[in-house]
Design a protein around this ligand. Structure first.
Ligand code: R2B
Ligand code: URA
Length: 285
């Protein structure tokens, strides 16, 4: 992990509403794996699943403690694993990644891995398939993440860590019960127009024909899913030299549908698949 030297001496993390004290550093020391999910409820559920798998306790009597004194993000620790929420979209995950990485660095956790466990809209694949991202694309189909510091556009590389991907895939049992595919992802600016849906609140500037052509280009680039955070995650982690990747179950095949028409039970079952893949990996570590 490589952190901006100017941060030495910084002791307030605004987005975590946290002053870095010795006690805080002790709470976060020894973390090796950071698992992130959009929703704070899912981070809590995952912490309970981790406790059930690794601590061998009766989770009926176990309430994970949130380590962040802010309403923006929630964070739970189980052994050397953190389960943290990142909110929705690139700006939300990116702000969290800065505070988290400063904290990890000062706590001496220089070698931790970051994994986003998510949901997504699949492209030409059966819903329920889990996608592991190799490279993240912007909606204009450029592989990279554009930022404009001081008004000057810079496109940062967005490669996920392929060794980490290989370790995750290798850790899966033969009877997993669903498919895992490694491919590329698009991080869209929203759920609707940036993912070329027709069912948002504003009329789209495209029609079925243009959309078909766009989907054809997507397929040529081996892009398998749409979501909203992969470019920020990949570019941040490449620059900070943190091994990172994203594992996201697909809830819909966007070639066929815009709407996600799963029942709550199906949605829950599918969402748990990405967690299961990472749980298998962590058990193997
Ligand atoms: C996947 O699902 C969310 C949108 O509903 C978003 O955070 C993402 O990347
Ligand atoms: N998350 C997204 O961003 N898009 C989808 O279609 C499903 C989940």
């Amino acid at each position: 992990m490589k952190i901006n030297e100017l941060n030495i001496g910084k002791n307030y993390l605004y987005n975590f509403n946290m002053v870095i004290t010795k006690q805080i550093l002790n709470e976060f020391r020894g973390i090796k794996y950071v698992c992130m999910q959009g929703s704070s409820d899912r981070s809590l559920e995952f912490a309970i699943r981790l406790a059930k798998s690794f601590l061998k306790i009766d989770v009926k009597y176990f309430v994970p403690v949130n380590l962040l004194p802010t309403s923006k993000y929630k964070c739970y620790r189980v052994g050397d694993i953190l389960s943290i929420s990142h909110g929705m979209g690139n700006p939300s995950i990116l702000s969290m990644l800065h505070d988290l990485s400063i904290l990890m660095y000062f706590a001496g956790n220089y070698n931790c891995e970051y994994i986003r466990i998510g949901t997504s809209g699949g492209i030409n694949i059966v819903p329920g398939t889990v996608v592991i991202t190799k490279q993240a694309f912007m909606p204009n189909l450029v592989a990279g993440y554009k930022m404009s510091p001081l008004g000057r556009d810079i496109i940062y590389p967005t490669n996920m860590n392929l060794q980490l991907n290989a370790r995750i895939i290798k850790a899966q049992p033969h009877d997993l019960g669903f498919k895992i595919l490694e491919g590329n992802s698009i991080a869209a600016d929203d759920f609707y127009l940036s993912q070329c849906r027709f069912d948002g609140a504003i009329s789209p500037s495209y029609d079925e024909m243009n959309r078909k052509k766009y989907f054809e280009k997507i397929k040529e680039l081996n892009i398998l899913n749409f979501e909203m955070e992969s470019t920020a995650l990949a570019s941040f982690c490449s620059r900070a030299e943190i091994p990172a990747t994203m594992v996201a179950v697909t809830l819909v095949n966007r070639i066929e549908e815009d709407q996600i028409i799963l029942t709550n039970d199906e949605l829950e079952k599918f969402s748990l698949r990405s967690q299961e893949v990472i749980l298998n990996y962590l058990k193997n570590c």
